[in-house]
Design a protein around this ligand. Structure first.
Ligand code: GLV
Length: 316
């Protein structure tokens, strides 16, 4: 049995393979595995742990001779052709739950950074511009009593709502299903997409990327955003039609954006980098020791269980 891991992951994952006496190897360079190398490695492997940087499409799946499980080291799995894998009897798994709290924390960090102009303030100070305290210096927005809009009230959207509630916001959400537990815990109200966009002072995106959510926030929808609102995206960049968001940020219709993900990641549109009212991060949602260890453990356990003929813990 052999497992290929497309990047070094926290030791806890590798330790589990050792304990289970499963051979494994991983791509040791500090850059994503090349397509050529990926195709070579997946050919003989029995299990694969991959990241969102790898496109596991028909070509990759067709190259697999023995692979029984594709274990994504991420909760999102838009990088994998899941239907095709399933048609070839290959199980696909992801890493839900273990990164929920970390991603929700980072979302709030972006909310606060945008509302209180943290990046602008830090740059101002580091540029040597802070000469005196003044009443109108970098004045931002208080969160209390603001309308906090959650687009996608799944695990992460719910965890963000609980945090937002603690800041005294009122919560509205748009989700396919009613989230009763969220409503009970926060008093959140379910609304439709247009209402959410028109009324949110802060809009936070927590949807998976798929054919229904690609460019869900297109030009027409983005124009509905409330004047002076803040938009946060810690989900997937392709959900927002970025060029139109940039226009709204330039004209000041949207107050600020906090973006952990981008439409053509890792490429970031230079226009975004020039805007003062944008806070950008290199996809750090799950970047805590706790979450990354949890992801490594879960991704490895899924592989081990399937190779031992058991059911995976978190199939998609
Ligand atoms: C990260 O973006 C993930 O989907 O886990």
């Amino acid at each position: 049995m052999k497992v290929f891991v497309t990047r070094e992951i926290p030791d806890i994952g590798f330790e589990l393979f050792k304990k289970a006496k499963i051979n494994f190897e991983w791509h040791k360079k500090d850059s994503p595995v090349s397509r050529r190398q990926l195709l070579i490695n997946v050919k003989e492997c029995d299990g694969l742990i991959c990241l969102l940087t790898e496109r596991i499409d028909r070509e990759v799946i067709d190259t697999m001779k023995n692979c029984r499980i594709i274990s994504n080291f991420a909760v999102g799995y838009n990088n994998i052709d899941v239907d095709y894998a399933k048609s070839k009897n290959i199980i696909v798994t992801n890493t839900p739950d273990v990164l929920t709290e970390s991603t929700a924390d980072l979302t709030m960090a972006l909310v606060l950074a945008c509302a209180r102009r943290i990046s602008e303030g830090e740059k101002y100070l580091k540029d040597g511009k802070y000469k005196s305290w003044k009443p109108k210096l970098l004045v931002g927005m208080e969160l209390r009593n603001k309308m906090f809009g959650i687009l996608g009230a799944g695990r992460i959207g719910t965890a963000v709502s609980l945090r937002a509630k603690a800041f005294g916001t009122k919560i509205i959400y748009r989700s396919l299903n009613k989230n009763l537990s969220l409503e009970e815990q926060t008093g959140a109200k379910k609304v439709d997409l247009n209402f959410l966009l028109r009324h949110s002072d802060i809009l936070s995106v927590h949807l998976p990327l798929n054919e229904h959510t690609y460019h869900l926030l297109n030009k027409q929808k983005l124009q509905l955003l409330k004047k002076n609102s803040i938009i946060i995206n810690t989900a997937r960049g392709e959900i927002i039609e970025e060029q139109y968001l940039i226009e709204l940020l330039k004209t000041g219709k949207v107050r600020a954006a906090g973006l952990d993900v981008f439409e053509n990641e890792p490429y970031v549109n230079p226009a975004l980098l020039k805007l003062q009212n944008v806070v950008v991060l290199p996809h750090l949602g799950s970047a805590t020791v706790e979450a990354r260890n949890g992801m490594a453990e879960l991704a490895a356990k899924n592989v081990i269980r399937v190779l031992q003929g058991k059911r995976p813990l978190t199939p998609v």
